[in-house]
Design a protein. Sequence first.
Length: 170
Amino acid sequence: MNAPNGPNTDLSQQVRRTDMEQFVEFEVHGQRYAFPIGKIREIVMLQNVTPTPQVAAYVDGVSNLRGSIIPILNLRVLFGFDAKPVDDETRTIVVNVGDKTMGCTVDAVNQVLRVEKDSIGPAPETITADGRNYISNFVKVDDRLVIVLDVDQLLSIENLEHIKDVDLTL
């Protein structure tokens, strides 16, 4: 007796889905990065960021996002590059880190990447050994590599203090 064909009976489709990972690819200073999609709450164009005195240079300030006050971190500055003026491409990726919500300002959000797990490679130890433990993987997309960042590690208090001293030129 043949099993009925329905949405849950095609095992090859189910296997294919579990062999895929999704990331949001974004750009900072011409380099492609990605966050795992499960860590992202939303992506917005923030209009009003209130500067906060006596904070690290990479903190743009705070913003009221639907009634919640969240810190806004500028990834360009966090990675050691000069800030650039906000333009039509600038986005803030709102992420959850533990029980906290933060915004990460990036130059542009490019696309949602859906990649097979075998296209994902670990970060070499030589890269993560000198304080870059927030780089979790590399994803091969066409002819280029995208750096996958570990949101929890990147935005941990310990790393935020250390990152500004690390050369991010790969």
